[in-house]
Structures are given as C-alpha cells and as structure tokens.
Design a protein around this ligand. Structure first.
Ligand code: A2P
Length: 427
C-alpha cells in the first residue's frame, strides 16, 4: 500500500499532529503505530507526515487525546519532523486564502513530503514478531467506568504528600519509593491500572517548564487508605540512562525526595483500557518488572479488600514479577504475607549472585500448563507492565504456550486484543 496518499487529496494534506501542550510523553502512540510514523526527542512526540497513513490505530490508546489533532494544508506546506520537535504549542490552522497561488503559505520552506521508504516485502514466515499488535485498546467488558483528563497540564491540581518510603531494601543500586498523595477535598477518582502525571517544579536548561511525568497508580479505587481521597505511586529513582551512563532523573528524584507535607502538582487521571475485570470468576494474570508492579499492586489489593469483606467472587490471581534481586523487588515483604490460595506468586531474579539469570518469561514457560488453562478460559485477562524489553519475550511466551498445545495464536491473540484481555504497558 502506498502510505503517502491516504491523507492527501488533490495536493491537500490532512496532516496528523500531536499537541505538545497536552501530550504526557508516555510513548503509547509510538509503540502502537503499526507503520512507525511516530518518533520523539527529549522535547516532543511527533508524526512523520510521509509515513502516517491515517489508520487511526494510535487514536484511542492515547491517554490524553493529544494524538487526535489534524491540520489541513497544501502538501508543500507539510510540517516537517524538525519543525514539530521544536513546538511548544500547535500552530493555528492556516486559512485557505493564505495558502498562496503555488500552494505554499508565507514563511514555509518545505516543498514536498519526502517519500516514505518503499516497504520491503518480507519472505513468507520471516516477518519480525511485533508484540505491540496484540495489546488491547479496549477495557475488559466488566471494567468500571474510568474518569480521565480531569486535570490538564494547563490546569493541574495540588496534592499533599502523606507518605514516602523506600519499598526496596536500602543500600542497593536501584531504589524504589512508595509515595502516597492526598487530594483533600478535590475529587480525584482513579481505578486500578490508571496513571497520573506529576509536574516537577522549575525549568529545564532552556528555561522551559518541565513536562509532566506519568506514573501508574499503585493503590485501589477506594484509596491507599480505604475511604480516604488518596493514592499511591511506585517510583524508581533514576540514576542511569538506558545505556547505563550516570544521569539524575528530574522527576523521579524530585518525587523520591518529597517530604510528608510537601505539595505537588498533579494532572490526569489517564488511561481507559488497562483496567481490571470486575465480573465473578474473572482471572487476572499479571506480568511485570520493577515499577511495572504498581498497577498489579493496585489490582491485587482491590481483590484482597473484596475478599476480606466477603465480597470476592473467586477468579484466579497469578503474578510473574521480575527484579534484579530480591532486595530490589518493590514490596517483597508485603507480597510474602498474601495467602497462597489467594494469589499464585512467581518471582524472577536476574542478578542474584551465584544464581542463573531469570526473567519473567522464563518462569511463564515453566508454568506453561497453568497458563495454558488460563489462555483457554474466556474469563482470563493478561496484564504486562514494565520494561519495554520484556514485552516481546512475554508475548512470545504466551504465543509459544498456546501453539505448543495446538492452539492457533493468530486467532487467540486477535481475540485477546478484541475482548480487552491482553494489555501491554511498557516503557
Ligand atoms: P537485568 O538484570 O537483565 O537488567 P530494572 O531493575 O532495571 O527495572 O529491571 C527489572 C528486571 O527486569 C531486572 O531483573 C532486569 O534484568 C529485567 N529485564 C531486563 N530486560 C528484560 C527483558 N528483555 N525481559 C525480561 N526482563 C528483563
């Protein structure tokens, strides 16, 4: 298919753009786009006009709606990636009378959309495995109704820190904090699986206000403390970049260093598909690494509260949780006290001295028989959250478990996606 033509009609382009003022830079669009049209730098997420084919796959997964912006203009006026990366705000629509006789508007230097690279036909059976295509963009049918975008970046609300402690063992390379925020009398309803944005104070090296950073909520819908208008976050102190070079994460260090009584600027809530099922006997399989455990803690705790109040109506909980060591696994202690008949816990440690490296997908393969039974059950829901790198290995493990038992993964994967039963949130 010629991906360059679907948004162009008679030399006029309907250009797909992302609103930098609303975008929370969560990477969902880039991960979702099936044609690789979205890219980013430290400042903005942007759409390559020469690649975007208007398939709309990115629209509903976007937690903020910033992805759903369009400008009509001559092809010769298409905003380049470089221009978009420099934006602080979307440009206004250019009225047709200003397009000019040659189809170009004043001040524009671009003449055409560079041609998209011709798709290379893959040999049958050699297409790379693309795990993101199986991620659902709809919630389970029995999910509760989420509230979203109550507070936009231009109008954040204020929360007060009521708790902050290291939920990993002190003295290790990686340190993760459990931070509790209270919203006082300001309504801030969240569901398990949703996220919020924290706006770090101050400005960057260029004098611009910092962007909000997105964190998954780690507490259930009725509050970290039941009945209180508060929520918890699981935040890892960033001290290295992806290549292992020392770096001080602006927002994570700000959040990890917050003191009780401090106030923070909060936006959100975000997310309307990574939500838990609520129907009787619905099963939840949770697969996570590090701070990807936040939504899993929220779902587990909600079910634990239902169970202790006698309202839990069955359904299995199975957890696969990966960390470098036991000491660096968030919430290791509290996890140990959960009853074995309530949750089936599988921990994978990758850097325990003297032990082989183990990842969550290794444990999943070891538990293939149990996962197969769950894959065969239409009430099972699978949630994956954590490092980007694990997504492919985890979805491949599910695929192999299904295929080894003679199930058709193409059919099953498509069903899981369509029914909101396989959710991927990796970063
Ligand atoms: P590793 O020891 O290889 O880094 P982190 O502490 O950096 O947040 O990572 C959490 C866990 O996820 C670590 O055990 C890490 O192992 C593991 N991990 C890293 N890459 C992958 C991957 N591709 N698949 C599964 N787990 C991974």
């Amino acid at each position: 298919m010629d991906t360059t033509t679907t948004l162009i009609d008679n030399g006029i382009l309907k250009q797909h753009l992302i609103d930098p003022e609303i975008c929370i830079r969560c990477n969902t669009c880039e991960a979702t786009c099936p044609v690789g049209a979205i890219t980013h730098d430290d400042n903005n997420y942007v759409v390559r006009a020469d690649v975007c084919n208007g398939c709309m796959a990115c629209i509903s997964p976007c937690p903020t709606g910033s992805i759903d912006n369009w400008r009509t203009l001559p092809v010769a006026r298409a905003y380049s990636v470089e221009e978009q990366l420099g934006w602080e705000a979307l440009p206004a629509e250019i009225p047709p009378e200003q397009w000019g006789a040659d189809g170009s508007a004043p001040g524009n230097t671009s003449t055409t959309i560079p041609a998209a690279p011709a798709p290379v036909a893959a040999e049958p059976g050699t297409q790379p495995f693309r795990s993101a295509q199986y991620g659902a963009t709809v919630p389970p049918w029995s999910a509760a109704h989420p509230y979203t975008n109550l507070f936009a970046p231009a109008r954040p609300t204020t929360a007060t820190v009521v708790g902050n402690f290291n939920c990993t063992e002190a003295g290790f390379d990686s340190e993760t904090h459990h931070v509790v925020l209270d919203f006082g009398s300001m309504p801030f309803p969240v569901l398990e699986g949703q996220s919020i944005g924290i706006v770090p104070p101050g400005t960057d090296a260029l004098g611009k206000a910092h962007h909000a950073r997105q964190y998954s909520v780690a507490s259930p819908r009725n509050g970290e403390r039941p009945g209180y208008n508060n929520l918890a976050l699981t935040v890892k102190r960033v001290t290295q970049d992806y290549d292992g070079h020392p770096v001080r994460g602006i927002a994570s260090n700000y959040v990890c260093d917050l003191k009780v009584g401090d106030t923070v600027q909060v936006i959100g809530p975000f997310g309307s598909s990574f939500l838990m099922p609520n129907h009787p006997r619905s099963h939840i399989v949770m697969i996570c690494t590090g701070t990807g455990s936040a939504p899993m803690r929220a779902m587990t705790e909600w079910r634990r509260r239902l169970r202790s109040s006698g309202k839990f109506e069955g359904g299995k909980l199975m957890l696969f949780f990966g960390a470098r060591t036991q000491q660096e696994l968030p919430y290791f202690g509290p996890l140990q006290s959960l009853p074995k008949d309530f949750i089936d816990i599988n921990l994978a440690f990758s850097r325990t001295p003297g032990q082989p490296k183990r990842y969550v997908q290794d444990l999943m393969r070891e538990r293939a028989a149990d996962l197969l039974a769950l894959l065969r059950d239409g009430s099972s829901h699978f949630y994956v959250c954590g490092l980007k790198g694990m997504e492919e290995g985890v979805v491949m493990a599910l695929r192999d478990i299904a295929q080894d038992a003679g199930l058709n993964w193409d059919t099953l994967g498509a069903t899981l996606k369509r029914e909101g039963r396989l959710h991927l949130e990796t970063y």
